[in-house]
Design a protein around this ligand. Structure first.
Ligand code: ADP
Length: 557
């Protein structure tokens, strides 16, 4: 887009004047070039609403008013040096910036900032190189704009996929860095992305550049005449996470004290593979299923991050709500049973995979099959048994790290579907699964929505992902979804459940539920925030952490 530097944005950054903002935009343009500064001056610039061509300026799946969570401008640095200069500029003008890598982040706010009028830093537009793939060490080093599709394509194009695989989330269009630092998950044995990252290069709010872990030890062979960020890193940077002394990576995940400009991520060695589906006929099978899953997962007989999906999640990938029902009430158990039998699925459907040489997989499969056979009516399928089951066919790819966008379909359950995720963590027990399912299904129905959800089983816990689909063009539907989410957060916390990640509009509420010992954790977060970002210019309000020059109460949604 052609630059409109001279104009006022739809929303100014807080505590600044129109003139100061214009001066800032001119200075930013001197750093990144005028083609890389776009002032968001017109509502027409908020028209992009598709995952495939996402908006970089607002929340496409808005829950608040469409013009609330918007940037004043989008600035796209072309390299690490420019990111450093932009941080210095933000300090000088005291204008908040909100970094994003790709800005898809669907269900959590997209590219939009927490504080309206913040300047969006589009980290991915130019900084999108796969810097390294090391097959022997089994890792990659990437820049923010590398998506899961990009990294996968890179392996395919370089004939490396028969040696190493990536791990992908449900949708492959997000940034590897963005998803990992938000602690997103995928479904192979490497599904916990944050666990599998190794080594960060970070620009601090001051503009200082830091390499974490082994990256702090200079490579004796590095060419020190190069700019600091181009110097050859330590050869163990992507091999050992912790380096020496305090381990700081954690403060840069879901944080607001640094912009990640390089990240290492471990790759899985390519291996033998077999995905499968186990269908469980009754709604009440949930309890027993989770009791079966826990020991298998802790023992790593279940090698990957498996999912136990509610029938409607699969049904929504396969069709619109109107394909199944004319009713405008939440679907009843009878209707859900009818959908399950029509689709040849269970009320709960368990998707997993076996890895390793065939004899190993055979033994694992016998163990899995015999454990699940305790559930009357459980059925077992390999992908070739259900060639038309689009979910199973997609999981067959996802569980071996091949990205897709098929799961986007479920957002179209309702017309103009928008979605929020309610995602509490729980122990892997039948009681907890039932308690969460009952609570979230009842609240969904109370607010007039169908329950759509899945239990995603990590090493020791479950992420229960409830997919709240609403009509984003209908203010009343948005309002109901928002209100329901607030009530879910409150009820969950009362039962001891907390969410792992959330949409911009819910960050304060969830942060407040993590209140042990008079909010000691938040006080620690604030001390770190204020020490590293004294002017509060980097992502103020992100995940409920407000710098000292902001009052959270002024920014309630
Ligand atoms: P996606 O990968 O789904 O497109 P985003 O790029 O929008 O996701 O990133 C999600 C969130 O992660 C952003 O809103 C921001 O808070 C944080 N984030 C993303 N990239 C960076 C980065 N390079 N440095 C710091 N924070 C980032």
């Amino acid at each position: 887009r052609v630059l409109t530097l001279g104009c006022d944005p739809l929303v100014l950054p807080p505590n600044t004047t129109s003139q100061t903002f214009k001066n800032y935009a001119l200075e930013a343009a001197k750093i990144v070039g005028s083609a890389n500064v776009t002032v968001i001056s017109d509502e027409a610039e908020l028209s992009q609403e598709s995952y495939l061509e996402p908006s970089k300026a607002h929340d496409m799946f808005n829950i608040a008013d469409k013009t609330y969570f918007v940037c004043s401008a989008v600035v796209a640095p072309r390299g690490v040096g420019e990111v450093q200069e932009l941080m210095k500029l933000a300090n000088e003008f005291e204008i908040p910036v909100w970094p994003f890598s790709i800005g898809r982040n669907v269900g959590y706010g997209g590219a939009a900032p927490r504080v309206p009028g913040s300047v969006g830093l589009d980290m991915g537009r130019h900084m999108n190189r796969v810097l390294k793939v090391d097959v022997e060490g089994a890792y990659a080093l990437v820049e923010p704009g590398v998506t899961f599709f990009d990294l996968h394509d890179h392996l395919v194009k370089n004939n490396l996929r028969d040696q190493v695989w990536i791990d992908v989330p449900d949708l492959g269009g997000g940034s590897v860095i963005g998803n990992t630092i938000e602690r997103g998950v995928g479904y192979t044995p490497y599904g916990d992305h944050w666990m599998m990252h190794c080594g960060l290069e970070v620009v601090l709010p001051s503009g200082e550049l830091v390499r974490t872990g082994m990256g702090a030890l200079p490579n004796p062979k590095a060419d020190t005449s190069k700019p600091i960020h181009e110097q050859e890193p330590n050869e163990s940077w992507q091999l050992f996470n912790y380096g020496f002394g305090p381990y700081n990576d954690g403060i840069f995940s879901q944080g607001s004290v640094g912009i990640v400009v390089k990240m290492g991520i471990w790759l899985m060695k390519a291996t033998g593979y077999q995905s499968y589906l186990i269908t469980l006929p009754k709604d009440s099978d949930l309890h027993q299923a989770v009791e079966i899953i826990r020991p298998l997962r802790v023992n790593m007989v279940l090698q990957n991050v498996p999912t136990l999906r509610h029938i409607l999640l699969d049904a929504a990938v396969m069709g619109h709500r109107t394909d199944y029902s004319k009713s405008d009430k939440p679907l009843t158990d009878d209707e859900l049973n009818a959908i399950a039998s029509k689709l040849d699925l269970g009320r709960w459907n368990f998707y997993g995979a076996l890895y390793g040489p065939e004899p190993v997989r055979d033994v694992m499969w016998q163990a899995v099959k015999s454990a699940f056979s305790a559930i009357p009516g459980a059925k077992f399928f390999f992908p070739e048994d259900q060639p038309n089951n689009i979910v199973l066919q997609t999981r067959q790819n996802t569980l071996q790290g091949i990205p897709s966008v098929t799961e986007l379909n479920w957002v179209d359950w309702l017309p103009h579907g928008g979605h929020l995720f309610f995602s509490p963590i729980a122990p892997v027990t039948g009681d907890d699964a039932e308690a969460q399912y009952n609570m979230t299904r009842q609240l969904s129905e109370k607010y007039g929505f169908d329950f759509i959800g899945t239990f995603v089983v990590g090493m020791r816990e479950m992420h229960h992902i409830v997919c709240i689909v609403y009509d984003r063009k209908d203010a009343e539907s948005r309002r109901r979804a928002h209100k329901m989410m607030k009530e879910m957060i409150e009820e969950a916390a009362a039962k001891g459940y907390g969410e792992y990640r959330t949409h911009l509009a819910m960050m304060d509420q969830i942060a407040a539920t993590y209140s042990f010992n008079n909010n000691a954790n938040m006080k620690l977060n604030e001390i770190i925030k204020n020490a590293l970002d004294p002017k509060g210019i980097l992502a103020p309000g992100k995940n409920g952490v407000w710098p000292k020059n902001y009052r959270a109460a002024d920014w309630q949604v």
